[in-house]
Design a protein around this ligand. Structure first.
Ligand SMILES: O=C(O)C(=O)Cc1ccccc1
Length: 308
């Protein structure tokens, strides 16, 4: 049986994402204490795949995930899932609490970032206590030894633990969505579906004026649309960055393969991180001059001349 690691314990948003992965329905689900621990379980072969958060519609990229899959031992993204996010504030089961009595609230840093405005207005005196996940924070409230007063977690967990709900819908932006990715050891790419995405990382070369324009040109001339581009520090020293890029298309498409081959010629440090079906299944629109057919016709025309 296949096994999947996820940021646990049970009741995290990541677990909700894992439940939306059709191939994982029958799989063993292994809770990990952090994103890095989940990814390392894939690297070591303890599990076949992991589900981790990668991008939030409000906060942008999840740096811990982006950095870990960009730098560590190679991994491929093989799928993605979108999960709508809403938060509740829950208290300790044993004592009734008023909002103005709360002194500390535990949750995951991404959750806190998305409720900060609400907290500022409604519980200005409460401090943020960092938890390894929203579910870890909420479950801690069941333990007598826990020192914080409340937690921010997913509505489904608040209800299933039967914790007192102190406030609901506390997210600063309604309709926020987090993108999670399914990550596996490098292997055969998922089949092309016509609605695919590919991810890559390009270390920004030093002493190379116009590097970003050159990278962009490879995609622009081949009609490849980018859905995300972020620069992140490599961690080596101040000023050393890499670009993390998502694009619409599959490496098996001529235009995507040609763009990546050109990037590799210019920037050999480029890292391919997978081609996988998009969570939104709308088919990729491809300019007529960059379809596989157009590439083959172009090559046949050249060959015809050479064969004369
Ligand atoms: O802590 C969780 O439940 C997670 O899965 C991480 C997270 C936290 C907040 C929004 C999205 C993901």
């Amino acid at each position: 049986m296949k096994s999947y690691a996820y940021l646990g314990p049970e009741g995290t948003f990541t677990e909700a994402a894992l439940q939306r992965v059709p191939e994982a329905r029958e799989a063993e689900k292994v809770a990990a204490g952090s994103v890095i621990a989940a990814l390392n379980q894939v690297r070591s072969g303890d599990v076949e795949a992991a589900v981790v958060p990668i991008e939030n519609s409000v906060e942008g990229g999840v740096s811990a995930t982006l950095d870990e899959i960009a730098n560590g031992e190679e991994l491929y993204i093989v799928g993605e899932v979108l999960v709508p996010i809403s938060f509740m504030l829950v208290g300790r089961p044993d004592r009734p609490q008023q909002l103005d009595q709360l002194r500390s609230v535990a949750t995951h840093t991404h959750a806190w970032a998305q409720v900060r405005g609400w907290a500022q207005t409604h519980i200005p005196d409460a401090e943020f206590a960092q938890a390894s996940s929203t579910a870890a924070g909420a479950r801690g409230l069941l333990d007598d030894a826990t020192t914080y007063d409340a937690a921010v977690c997913a509505p489904h967990l608040a209800r299933s633990l039967d914790l007192p709900i102190l406030a609901e819908g506390i997210e600063d932006t309604t309709g926020a969505v987090t993108r999670f990715v399914v990550v596996a050891r490098p292997g055969r790419l998922p089949e092309r579906t016509g609605a695919d995405k590919s991810s890559l990382v390009v270390p920004l070369p030093e002493d190379h004026p116009g590097a970003l324009v050159q990278i962009m040109n490879q995609f622009a001339t081949r009609g490849v649309n980018l859905t995300r581009i972020e620069s992140r520090p490599t961690g080596e020293y101040l000023g050393k960055y890499f670009f993390s890029i998502d694009l619409e298309g599959h490496l098996g498409e001529e235009r995507v393969g040609a763009a990546l081959a050109a990037l590799y010629r210019m920037f050999p440090g480029v890292r391919f991180m997978g081609s996988y079906p998009r969570a939104e299944h709308s088919p990729t629109s491809i300019p007529a001059y960059t379809t596989d057919d157009a590439y083959q016709r172009g090559r046949a025309w050249v060959q015809n001349i050479l064969d004369r």
